[in-house]
Design a protein around this ligand. Structure first.
Ligand SMILES: Cc1cc2nc3c(=O)[nH]c(=O)nc-3n(C[C@H](O)[C@H](O)[C@H](O)COP(=O)(O)O)c2cc1C
Length: 363
């Protein structure tokens, strides 16, 4: 089989040295200012042999924060802090984008400063709980429904976040439009009961995501903007009776924008081939995700299902994943108990394989 995994790839303006992508992962280690620090510099720097790093879900505005210790890209301090991370990644050779994650109703007041509210398309709470440092597991907040006149302001926050990400040294941004966060809350009727131009018909429900993308594209260029979707993903109390229709309509609307890529995960919905759906409705680059290892990634690329493959869990304990896939080396497994805990343990202390003498530049 022809091995495309290590071939370079151009996705819009993004130049990837290989087709191994680090998928976005929230690791809950931002400092008290919601900034990345020296831990993140080490963590992302260690993984910079990836063709592309999609850095963890990061809020465009404080209202869009829901979990504890997640970073933002809203303040000058956050931009400067991310700049230290992107410098390290660039030195290591990877292209890099920042995932913009506004959680909408998937939030707790205990994870935000006092007075910062929780907003969503409609005042419908997601059933479920999330963790807060001060109160442990807490139910998700009942959100306030955004007024029609406020929506342009939220879209502006995404636009500004894209600009900030570029100032911070990222090559681009990715809109997080899955896992039950704000853009997906607009997409689905269960969380969107609006009667205005952003709710009701499917055409109106996709409008928020499309306008966010348009704003980001207008600010930093289409070739620097990606989109993440997981059709039919029920995570965070979402229900979609017809994901093929929902995401077909979304992708049809997005396609003319000329985005750098769509990152798509397998659909948890039986019978729905999300990879084929994206190929049918989107002409740009496709990053495949969910459950891949080296062999299945190679096969998927050989079969033309997508242009690159993203790995999340394998990247936790294998900072040198590219080298391991190249050598066919065993992959290390990660410690679940340190996924979201502060500090270096389980974050930057997974070792790389020793470099064989023949691979070094020494004489
Ligand atoms: C610890 C952890 C944190 C995650 N955080 C995010 C996130 O911030 N944004 C996102 O889009 N997906 C997130 N995901 C989902 C992954 O990007 C990916 O879709 C999923 O793990 C399946 O890919 P894999 O089989 O390669 O792990 C997270 C997954 C894990 C394990």
């Amino acid at each position: 089989m022809h091995d495309r995994l290590f071939e370079p790839l151009q996705l819009g303006e993004l130049r990837l040295a290989n087709r191994v992508v680090m998928a976005p992962m929230t690791r809950s280690r931002a400092n008290v200012f919601d900034e990345p620090d020296e831990l993140h510099v080490a963590y992302y720097g260690q993984r910079a042999s990836a063709g592309l790093i999609i850095a963890e879900g990061t809020y465009p505005s404080l209202v869009g924060k829901g979990y504890c210790r997640t970073p933002g890209i809203a303040t000058p301090g956050q931009v400067a802090a991310w700049r230290r991370v992107t410098d390290a990644v660039r030195t290591g050779g990877a292209s890099q984008v920042l995932q913009l994650m506004h959680v909408g109703r998937v939030a707790s007041r205990h994870n935000k400063p006092e007075g910062v509210e929780t907003v969503a398309p409609s005042a419908i709470a997601a059933q479920g709980s999330l963790y807060s440092d001060s109160h442990g597991l807490v139910p998700m907040e009942l959100p306030r429904a955004l007024a029609t006149s406020e929506i342009a302001g939220v879209i502006e926050e995404y636009r500004q976040a894209a600009v900030n990400a570029r100032h911070a040294g990222f090559d681009g941004v990715e809109l997080h439009c899955s896992s039950g966060y704000l853009p997906m809350q607009f997409l689905l009727a269960g969380s969107n009961r609006r009667q205005d131009g952003y709710g009701g018909s499917l055409a109106k429900r996709i409008r928020f995501a499309v306008e966010c993308l348009e704003a980001m594209v207008g600010a930093i260029g289409a070739g620097r903007v990606g989109l993440r979707i997981i059709p039919g993903n029920p995570f965070n109390d979402m229900q979609d009776d017809d994901p093929a229709a929902t995401y077909g309509a979304l992708l049809d609307a997005v396609n003319p924008l000329g985005l750098a890529y769509v990152q798509v995960s397998r659909s948890p919905q039986p019978g729905l081939d999300a990879f084929a759906l994206v190929r049918r409705h989107f002409r740009g680059g496709v990053i495949l995700n969910d459950g891949f290892d080296g062999a299945t990634a190679r096969q998927a690329l050989a079969d033309g299902l997508g242009d690159a493959v993203s790995f999340a869990r394998h990247y936790i304990a294998n900072p040198d994943l590219v080298q391991r896939l190249r050598q066919g080396a065993a992959l290390a497994s990660f410690d679940r108990t340190t996924l979201y805990t502060p500090g270096a343990a389980g974050y930057i202390d997974y070792p790389a394989l020793p470099v064989h003498r023949s691979e070094t530049c020494l004489p």
